[in-house]
Design a protein around this ligand. Structure first.
Ligand code: PEP
Ligand code: MG
Length: 605
């Protein structure tokens, strides 16, 4: 365990509890101060029991009733998710309703109650465990991705059968502290005045984390010891930017955070004026400042934040929410909706980047998933799925504001195979008279180290690059982006990362193509001037930081940024680079943003 995980500070007095700081992973931005509400899911125990003949009819009634109740609960949650968020969030629960309504599930349990004379809860548990075992043994990650949903459905059914109530609600404003939260908990608590979510377990790409971000509720996950250290009512501060949970904060700490929260509010108000201004430096260099998007419904917020377009639309969330690959038509609807909502601004749609650590609360059985069956590798192995997606993207490009991007490209042969599929699909569409943008730009993510070295070859075959630092840093430095034990080693300002980024930008420019960056580094305020000076053309980031990045660009002469980049590239360690960018930052931008970390926190998406 990271020795820095837990820190203690001064308490307010001898008998006052001591301040304690837990470090986790930032899953949803924002800060809040408030009392804890310790949420403990009541364990549902299942014991095997043999029924008397006379009990069987009653057991069957209970079973039916449990299915009806579970269905009813899930329908209510789905409706609420649809109202509060969007159809995509609701789809998380719709897929659980589908599981629950699989007629074979009910029939199998019913049959076994009659034949084996066992109690319903025991058989529900057995049947769902059996189903789960089947999913685990299949080699298809698409099936295995459904296991958390299956667990959720099993727990809900058992609770309904045993008439146990789930108390995902709380009076008054609280920070919810739990071992783990399900998507349903996240949604249900949000009906109250919840200030934040802090969990022992969980990853930043879990359904619950995604929902917390969409709900704009601060969340910190992977705290490991939160539930063991906290009682309901304990005063807390949650810092979703830095991934911190502060227990029994000292009065000074509370004042510090009150000021930070106040400053953030004031800054948001001040940033309003920047929204419609371009990302231009005082000496006339213009860069694109775009947003990374996951959900169609984010567009309104993205536009309100002043994004010039969408520099990365991660389509894998459609896959996640559908619980499998969505149909061409479903994709077409999503892509054309986002394209028309953003029109005339551009939208870069990235083909599914599934596999690796993405989109699963559990790892597949691959020994080394991040180096495994992931991104373009999956798509090339599933040509039907790939072509369906390409067709949907091309169809959505008719208004000419869509670009296409491939993830995880590591070699020329791979790129050419992907382009050949694209060419085939283009031909098919042309032959059938379907409208699309014949000149739609095609680019690749530069996120695998080999692609850095092959950038000159790639630049001859595609229209743009987008540097994915989230993966590039992980692969370049051999530091797993999801492993919180080595979080200190995940360094965006590592000299190797800087050299790689600079090489890619220079190579692309020599070939006459543009370079963007859509990894978290692009939205790290500390990195903005440095990247500007290196010559980056387009920044794409989580929408909440767009005004800050724009503010920095608008007050940074390109000549000064260039000098900063040159100096940074001459440094030999991450610490030296960080020190340099931090002092550049401190002398210019602290009224726009208060540095909260040194830039090596792994990406939260
Ligand atoms: C990246 O790797 O930097 C990136 C933007 O892609 P993702 O985070 O979706 O892997
Ligand atoms: Mg990536």
């Amino acid at each position: 365990m990271n020795p820095d995980r837990k820190e203690s500070g001064r308490g307010g007095g001898p008998e006052e509890p001591k301040e304690q700081i837990l470090r986790g992973l930032p899953a949803s931005a924002g800060m809040a101060i408030g009392p804890a509400y310790l949420y403990e899911r009541e364990e549902v125990f299942v014991a095997e029991r043999t029924l008397d003949e006379a009990e069987i009819a009653w057991e069957l009634t209970l079973l039916k009733d449990a299915f009806t109740r579970a269905n009813h609960e899930l329908e209510n949650i789905t409706e609420y998710a649809r109202e509060r968020l969007d159809q995509e969030a609701a789809a998380i629960f719709e897929s659980q309703i589908m599981l629950l309504n699989d007629p074979e599930l009910f029939r199998a349990i019913e049959r076994r109650i009659r034949l084996e004379k066992k109690n319903a809860d025991f058989l529900i548990h057995q049947e769902l465990e059996r189903y789960k075992a089947l999913l685990i043994t299949t080699n298809d990650p698409l099936f295995r991705d459904r296991i958390p949903d299956l667990d959720e459905v099993a727990q809900r059914l058992l609770r309904c059968l045993q008439r146990k109530r789930l108390r995902s609600s709380v009076e008054g404003k609280h920070i919810i502290v739990a071992n783990q939260l399900s998507p349903a908990d996240t949604i249900l608590f949000s009906r109250n005045d919840v200030l934040g979510y802090a969990t022992d377990l969980g990853g930043v790409t879990s359904h619950a984390a995604i929902l917390a971000r969409s709900l704009k509720i601060p969340a910190v996950v992977a705290l490991h010891e939160a539930t063991a250290s906290i009682r309901t009512g304990d005063p807390l501060i949650i810092d979703g930017h830095r991934g911190l949970l502060i227990i029994h904060p000292t009065p000074e700490r509370v004042r510090e955070y009150e000021k930070k929260i106040e400053r953030t509010r004031a800054l948001e108000a001040k940033m309003d004026g920047l929204v419609h201004l371009p990302g231009a430096t005082p000496d006339g260099r213009t860069v694109d400042i775009d947003a990374n998007a996951e959900f169609v419904d984010e567009c309104e917020y993205i536009l309100a934040q002043g994004a010039g377009g969408i520099g990365l639309y991660r389509t894998e969330h459609l896959y996640l929410l559908e619980g499998g690959f969505p149909s061409e038509q479903e994709q077409y609807i999503a892509y054309s909706t986002i394209a028309s909502m953003m029109y005339p601004r551009k939208v870069i749609i990235r083909t599914f980047d599934i596999g690796g650590e993405k989109l699963t609360d559990r790892q597949y059985e691959e020994e080394n998933p991040s180096l495994g069956w992931r991104g373009i590798r999956v798509l090339l192995d599933k040509p039907e799925v790939f072509r369906q997606q390409l067709r949907a993207i091309l169809r959505a490009s008719a208004a000419k504001n869509v670009k296409l991007m491939f993830p995880m490209i590591s070699g020329l042969a791979e790129l050419r195979r992907a382009l050949a599929h694209l060419e085939d699909v283009r031909r098919e569409l042309r032959d059938s008279g379907v409208l699309f943008d014949q000149h739609m730009e095609v680019g690749i993510m530069i996120e695998v180290p080999s692609s850095v070295f092959l950038a000159d070859l790639f630049a001859r075959e595609v229209d743009f690059f987008s540097i994915g630092t989230n993966d590039l840093v992980q692969y370049l430095l051999a530091v797993d982006r999801t492993n919180d034990l080595i979080v200190e080693l995940y360094q965006e300002f590592h000299p190797a990362v800087l050299r790689a980024v600079k090489h890619v930008i220079d190579t692309a420019h020599a070939a006459g193509i543009r370079v963007g960056m859509c990894g978290e580094m692009a939205g790290n305020p500390m990195a903005v001037a440095l990247l500007l000076g290196m010559g980056l053309d387009e920044y794409s980031m989580i929408p909440s930081v767009i005004p800050i990045v724009k503010g920095i660009i608008r007050r940074t002469p390109f000549t000064e940024a260039k000098a900063l980049a040159d100096e940074a590239l001459s440094k030999t360690t991450s610490a030296e680079v960080r020190e340099l960018v931090a002092s550049f930052f401190a002398s210019r931008y602290t009224d726009l943003w208060q540095p909260t970390n040194s830039g090596h926190v792994p990406p939260s998406e």
